[in-house]
Design a protein around this ligand. Structure first.
Ligand SMILES: [Zn+2]
Length: 185
């Protein structure tokens, strides 16, 4: 697993990037864990990680509020290695920030603390969240080079497993329409 990196989401560079993204109508795709506050690094993540993990949600909300025309896609929805990227936190942020979008990630090899799918079934709290914000989720995977769909645990297959459990209208949005709108010019 990749070791720890931290960069504040509200640094001058990131705020400028949000302005540039808004000006050109290009979304920012942002990959990070959720940490409402700074915590001691969980024992399961030893060196070379630092002793503490920085809280990052307050800075993230400053970035979201900085330029409401900047579309920000927070990847890793459903992939939570620490325990705070919950449907509840996601719901609060989606309500507070209309320019926030989320990219669903389900990696059965590293399901994390609260995966959207358990034993092949989509969990009701995630389905409820997607349903309550049907225009704000896109299917992802975070897999940079997809293995063949025949490979065991290929994320593409897991995406299909997830999408197939959505009602048809919602499936169409999450699978294609939202991405076309968010990335469209
Ligand atoms: Zn990622």
């Amino acid at each position: 697993m990749k070791d720890y990196e931290y960069a504040p989401a509200d640094s001058p560079l990131m705020l400028l990037l949000a302005d540039i993204a808004a000006e050109h109508n290009v979304p920012i795709d942002l990959h990070m864990e959720a940490l409402p506050q700074t915590i001691p690094t969980p024992a399961e993540y030893g060196p070379p990680n630092p002793r503490e993990l920085h809280g990052n949600i307050a800075a993230f909300e400053k970035l979201l509020a900085h330029n409401p025309r900047a579309k920000i896609i927070w990847a890793h929805a459903g992939s939570d290695n620490i325990g705070y990227r919950t449907p509840e936190l996601s719901r609060r942020l989606l309500q507070a920030h209309p320019n926030l979008y989320m990219e669903i990630k389900y990696d059965p090899g590293f399901p994390g603390k609260d995966p959207p799918i358990v034993d092949g079934k989509l969990k009701p709290e995630w389905l409820k969240l997607y349903s309550d914000f049907p225009d704000r989720f896109i299917i992802g995977s975070d897999q940079h080079f997809d293995p063949p769909a025949s490979a065991p645990l290929a994320r593409a297959q897991q995406n299909a497993l997830l999408l197939n459990q959505l009602p048809p209208d919602l499936r169409k949005k999450v699978a294609t329409e939202n991405a076309l709108r968010i990335y469209g010019h």
